[in-house]
Write a new protein. Structure first.
Lengths: 111, 115
């Protein structure tokens, strides 16, 4: 089955700096890669996603890159703000709509 | 639209007791999922369903059963609860939209403690 690894597990940045979270996946058939943000005590919510036929996607301060050959994808947050503090999860969708999540990255933005 | 709802929000069980968690969605989504979330382990897929009347095993199915008798409902059952099943349980639903996008919408979660 699919295996998704996510690094780092925790990340502290100064407000205004950039944050990068990296994930790798094992199943070459995976074709859709979403990123979710989960604030403390709340449900995960989609923030950005990318399909396997696209190398990069950007939405304001958030961008995701995908390298299919190396089977890794990354989340980039620029000009970080305190409200970006949360746990971020990467995921990969493989066959039969099965979605596998990474173990999460706790991002702390220090004012 | 209520989106995805879960019942109950909290529950405490004793070892060996049984219970059913209910997930309901009003978005006419085909796909529904049950995850458990434990500290440091992310979201792990228990079971999922790609349509009414169908279910499939995820990463950690042992000790759980599911049923999808109606499209809008996905039930997760624990026949004989164990302390290792103490966790936060999230239900999610999705459909395959344009260009294969598959955004999952999550319920608010159920916090289960097994003593």
């Amino acid at each position: 089955g699919e295996n998704v690894e996510q690094h780092p597990s925790t990340l502290s940045v100064q407000e205004g700096d950039s944050a990068v979270i990296k994930c790798t996946y094992s199943d070459s058939a995976s074709n859709y890669f979403p990123w979710y943000k989960q604030e403390l005590g709340k449900r995960p919510q989609l923030i950005i996603d990318i399909r396997s036929n696209v190398g990069e996607k950007k939405d304001q301060r958030i961008a995701v890159t995908l390298n299919k050959t190396a089977k890794h994808f990354s989340l980039h947050i620029t000009e970080t703000q305190p409200e970006d503090s949360a746990v971020y999860f990467c995921a990969a969708r493989g066959g039969y709509q099965k979605v596998t999540f990474g173990t999460g990255t706790k991002l702390q933005v220090i004012p | 639209n209520a989106g995805v709802t879960q019942t109950p929000k909290f529950r405490v069980l004793k070892t060996g007791q049984s219970m059913t968690l209910l997930c309901a969605q009003d978005m006419n989504h085909e796909y529904m999922y049950w995850y458990r979330q434990d500290p440091g382990m992310g979201l792990r897929l228990i079971h999922y369903s790609v349509g009414e009347g169908t279910t499939a095993k995820g990463e950690v199915p042992d000790g759980y059963n599911v049923s999808r008798l109606k499209k809008q409902n996905f039930l997760l059952g624990l026949e004989s609860a164990a302390p290792s099943q103490t966790s936060v349980y999230f239900c999610a639903s999705s459909l395959i939209g344009l260009a294969g996008v598959n955004e999952q919408f999550f319920g608010p979660g159920t916090r289960l403690t097994v003593l």
